[in-house]
Design a protein around this ligand. Structure first.
Ligand SMILES: Cc1cc2nc3c(=O)[nH]c(=O)nc-3n(C[C@H](O)[C@H](O)[C@H](O)COP(=O)(O)OP(=O)(O)OC[C@H]3O[C@@H](n4cnc5c(N)ncnc54)[C@H](O)[C@@H]3O)c2cc1C
Length: 449
């Protein structure tokens, strides 16, 4: 890593009015994300650290930093809540980390559409939308810490994706406003689908300032833990609930009997050997949900009705998606995880095949979603009993050999992760246009552009 000590010293002296952070302990904290879920990334990224962090309070301050870094050739890495899992916000080549979390304004809400600054936390945005009758369509389980810009540039979706699909499904993201990385930074407005060139590109091809997105009606939600005597019945129930068109839902997840014991708060309610479905549905669905569970041999092990969470201070949403991995890792440091997608229509068969081939090295956790075409399917965040990096690779290859797609969470470049195979040329085109000197988050794109 080349140090930019002198040029950064000059930049900080030229811009003393900005909120610079340089204490080593804070530099370290603000250079990290949740890549440590992966033993491979933990080893590779542990020593990467920014040389300075800046927290711009408005667009003018951001422009000053960007222009200064562009002039001096200092790398820039944008950071939202820092909850990414693949070292997306880790500065591989030092330089400046730009903390976006002071840019939090909700610009407007109109006709079910909102426009907000990228640094706003998702829970804070939802809280502003709710009194107006609206909610975000899908959020990661990290919605309390994660930002709107971080979700757009680094995330997939999550809670709500069972109703609206991933964030990238046509119709949710309507437009973005960007700042380019140039000595005279430009402001660019992109409408969808062009706006999607910036999505999930790890902040490599423009700094997102504002996002305009379509909303969902705000609904009240009940939360359930449903217990089943075996995986077959749990799967059949989860699929039936996920597919039931007249039961509005925000979350359907399935946890094998080997995973449920990691949920310390749920343990008293679930017996050994029971497979668990977490469901979040509307109060009007209480009766049909109970009937559907009974039809599949399940029982309601725990229920929290809408409004009760303020008393318990507790939501099942923070047990789903990658929070499952977080809870499990707290208990057993030798675990890691994968991100898998099953072939539509072959999910059940592929799940059986991987259980047969991998045995108890793969502990099943499924999330039901609508895919980009609106079809009900499931994706996996299985826990993996980690032994060696070679064995982890073998398990990934085993999934792939069975036709199961793996979005490898143990790599940090776009080409090796979700964009495996070929990087969409429109992402590279945006990189050339909006970051011509290649200063944004260097190292995350391998392809020469
Ligand atoms: C326990 C746990 C659970 C999770 N669950 C989910 C889940 O359910 N669904 C899901 O999709 N993800 C999940 N994640 C991953 C992550 O929390 C989400 O993707 C989240 O949306 C990231 O937001 P952030 O603000 O923390 O982004 P960061 O980690 O700060 O950044 C993510 C990427 O976006 C870039 N970026 C951030 N802001 C901007 C901007 N304004 N302009 C340009 N680039 C920018 C960064 O450079 C980085 O590359 C989970 C992670 C953890 C640790």
């Amino acid at each position: 890593m080349t140090l930019h000590t002198e040029s950064l010293y000059a930049l900080r002296n030229a811009l003393p009015q900005l909120n610079w952070i340089t204490a080593p302990v804070h530099l370290k904290r603000l250079s990290r994300d949740f890549h440590w879920f992966s033993p491979v990334l933990k080893r590779q990224l542990e020593d990467k650290v920014a040389e300075a962090v800046v927290c711009p309070r408005n667009e003018d301050e951001l422009r000053l930093v960007v222009a200064g870094c562009a002039m001096a050739g200092i790398p820039l890495t944008v950071r939202g809540g820092g909850t990414g899992n693949y070292g997306q916000a880790v500065p591989l080549e030092g330089g400046v980390v730009i903390d976006m979390t002071a840019l939090t304004s909700l610009r407007w809400v109109k006709d079910g559409v909102a426009r907000a600054q990228a640094g706003i936390k998702l829970a804070a945005l939802d809280a502003l939308l709710k009194p107006q009758g609206w909610a975000l369509r899908c959020v990661p389980s990290t919605y309390r810490m994660a930002t709107l810009g971080g979700l757009f540039c680094g995330g997939f979706g999550g809670v709500g994706s069972i109703a609206y699909g991933p964030l990238g499904a046509t119709g949710t993201i309507l437009g973005v406003k960007l700042m380019t990385i140039e000595t005279e930074p430009r402001i660019v407005e992109l409408r969808a689908p062009e706006a999607m060139r910036i999505a999930h590109a790890y902040g490599t091809n423009g700094i997102v300032l504002e996002i305009e997105l379509a909303l969902a009606p705000a609904l009240d939600w009940d939360e359930y833990v449903l217990a089943f005597p075996d995986g077959e019945r749990a799967y059949a129930f989860a699929h039936a609930l996920a597919s039931a068109p007249a039961i509005p839902k925000n979350e359907v997840a399935l946890f094998a009997d080997t995973v449920a014991p990691y949920f310390s708060k749920l343990v008293p309610h679930v017996s050994a050997g029971e497979h668990v479905v977490v469901a979040v549905t509307t109060p009007q669905s209480r009766e049909p949900l109970a009937v559907l569970a009974a039809e599949h041999g399940g029982r309601i092990a725990w229920q929290q009705n809408s409004g009760e969470e303020s008393a318990t201070q507790y939501t099942l949403l923070e047990y789903c998606w990658n929070h499952t991995t977080l809870h499990a890792l707290r208990d057993d440091k030798a675990l890691t995880y994968l991100q898998t997608a099953y072939e539509y229509g072959r999910e059940h068969e592929q799940l059986h095949a991987i259980a047969r081939e991998a045995g108890d090295e793969v502990l099943m956790h499924l999330e039901f979603i609508r895919d980009m075409q609106g079809r009900v399917t499931c994706v996996g965040l299985p826990l993996i009993r980690f032994t060696t990096e070679d064995r982890l690779r073998e398990l990934i290859e085993l999934h792939r050999a069975l036709g199961i797609k793996v979005n490898d969470p143990h790599v940090f470049t776009l080409e090796d992760g979700k964009h495996a195979g070929a990087l969409d040329p429109t992402i590279l085109d945006a990189k050339r246009k909006y970051d011509p000197a290649g200063l944004l988050n260097p190292g995350k794109i391998r392809t020469v552009f």
